[in-house]
Design a binder for this molecule. Structure first.
Ligand SMILES: [Zn+2]
Length: 381
C-alpha cells in the first residue's frame, strides 16, 4: 500500500469556520492539559502517566462539541513528541514537548475517515465529521480506487483554509512498458528553470515578476510601519499590511506550484526517460514553501521531485546523474574536454570538431547521454 496527500484549498461558511476555530482551540487545550498532567504525574510518581482526552470532558464540556478524533490525534501527537524527546536516534531527537500558545501554535487538526465520514463529494466539497460539506477546489481528482485515510484542516497565517487529504492505494505494477529511446536530458539554468537536450527552456510564467514587484512594494511599506512603531503595540494598520504581505507570498507560491505542476506533467507525459543533474539542493534551497525569494531559488528542486513521482506513477524512468560529472565541459559530439567552459560567463562552446552549441544545451545532451549509459548499466546488473 502507498500513501499520498493532496492539499485542497477550502472555503468554509462562517458557521464552519467558527467550528474550525473551536476545534483548533479544543485541540490545543487538550494537548496542554495532557502535557500538564504528564508532568504532574511524573513529579508525583517518577513516571509519565498515560493520559487520554476523555478524562477532561466532564470538566470542560465544550470538548464534546468538537470532533473527538481530532482530540484523539492530539494524544498521538503528544505521544510522538515524548517518543522523539527520549529517542536514541539523534535525527529525531527534539527538546521536551512544549505547551502550545494560542498565538504561536499552528492552527490545524487531523481527523480520520471511518467508513465514509471523510469524503470528497461531487468534486466540489469535502465532507468532515461535525462540520459537514466544506466547499473546496478539487484541483486534483483522486483515482477511483484510492481510499481516504485522514484529513488535516489548517488555517494559514493569511487566513486561508486548506484541507490536506491523505489517500491510500494499492501500489500495482503499471502495465506500461517505457520506451528507453524516448528520452530527454535537463540541465539546471539559473535564469529560468532548465534547458533541455533539444534546446528548449523551461520558464517561469511572466506574471511571476509582476507578483514579485508587488511583494517588494508591500514589504517596503510594512518595514516602514515597523520602523516608526518600534516600541508601541502593533497597530491595526500594521497587522492589515502584514496580512497583505502574507497573502502575496501565498499567491506567488501558488502560481509557482501551478506552473511547476504543468511543466512536470507535460514532461512526464511526453518522455519515458528523463535524465537530470543531481544538484546539491541544500546549497540551492532553504526552508521551502511560503517565503518568496527562497522558494524562487528552490523551483528546480521542486520540479525534480514532481518529475520523480510523476514518472514513477507512469512506470517511466527518472535518472539522476552525479553532480560531479563535467556535463558542461565535454563536447557532446566528439568527446573533447573544454576546461575553458569552467568560466560560467562563456555561454557558447566552440569545438575543433566544428560544433558550436549553447553551453546549457550541450550540458543537457551530456546529461542525457550519461543518464542513458547509467540506465543500461542498471539493466545489465
Ligand atoms: Zn567536438
Amino acid at each position: 500500500m502507498a500513501n499520498r496527500a493532496i492539499k485542497y484549498r477550502a472555503y468554509p461558511t462562517t458557521k464552519q469556520s467558527v467550528m474550525f476555530a473551536k476545534t483548533f482551540g479544543c485541540c490545543r487545550k487538550v494537548y496542554n492539559l495532557m502535557l500538564s498532567d504528564k508532568i504532574e504525574g511524573y513529579k508525583a510518581t517518577g513516571k509519565f502517566p498515560t493520559v487520554t482526552p476523555a478524562k477532561y470532558k466532564n470538566d470542560y464540556p465544550y470538548l464534546r462539541e468538537v470532533d473527538s478524533l481530532a482530540l484523539a490525534n492530539k494524544q498521538m501527537d503528544l505521544q510522538e513528541a515524548f517518543h522523539n524527546t527520549f529517542s536514541k536516534s539523534r535525527k529525531k531527537k527534539n527538546g521536551f514537548p512544549k505547551f502550545k500558545s494560542a498565538k504561536h501554535s499552528r492552527k490545524s487538526y487531523t481527523t480520520n475517515n471511518q467508513k465514509g465520514t471523510v469524503a470528497i463529494i461531487d468534486n466540489k466539497c469535502i465532507k468532515l465529521p461535525k462540520i459537514g460539506k466544506v466547499k473546496a477546489v478539487i484541483h486534483r481528482v483522486p483515482d477511483d480506487s484510492w481510499t481516504i485515510k485522514s484529513a488535516t484542516v489548517s488555517q494559514e497565517s493569511d487566513g486561508k483554509y486548506y484541507i490536506s487529504v491523505l489517500f491510500e492505494f494499492e501500489n500495482t505494477v503499471n502495465p506500461y512498458v517505457a520506451d528507453k529511446t524516448n528520452a530527454i536530458g535537463l540541465d539546471y539554468a539559473s535564469d529560468g528553470l532548465y534547458v533541455d537536450s533539444n534546446g528548449n527552456t523551461g520558464t517561469n510564467h511572466k506574471y511571476y515578476r509582476e507578483s514579485h514587484n508587488k511583494l517588494a512594494k508591500a514589504q517596503r511599506k510594512l518595514s516602514r510601519m515597523q520602523g516608526s512603531k518600534k516600541h508601541e503595540v502593533k497597530s491595526n494598520n500594521y497587522i492589515k499590511q502584514l496580512r497583505k504581505v502574507n497573502k502575496i507570498h501565498r499567491h506567488i507560491a501558488n502560481q509557482r506550484l501551478d506552473n511547476l505542476h504543468k511543466m512536470s506533467t507535460e514532461i512526464a507525459n511526453q518522455y519515458d526517460v528523463v535524465c537530470v543533474e543531481s544538484l546539491n539542493m541544500k546549497a540551492m534551497s532553504n526552508k521551502g514553501f511560503g517565503n518568496g525569494k527562497a522558494t524562487l531559488d528552490n523551483g528546480y528542486g521542486m520540479l525534480l521531485s514532481m518529475l520523480e513521482y510523476k514518472l514513477s506513477d507512469r512506470n517511466k524512468y527518472f535518472i539522476k546523474v552525479d553532480k560531479w560529472f563535467p556535463s558542461s565541459q565535454i563536447c557532446h559530439c566528439c568527446g573533447m574536454l573544454h576546461p575553458e567552459m569552467k568560466n560560467l560567463a562563456i555561454r557558447k562552446m566552440t569545438c575543433n570538431c566544428g560544433l558550436t552549441i549553447s553551453r546549457d544545451q550541450n550540458a543537457a545532451i551530456n546529461i542525457l547521454k550519461e543518464g542513458l549509459r547509467l540506465l543500461t548499466e542498471v539493466a545489465r546488473n
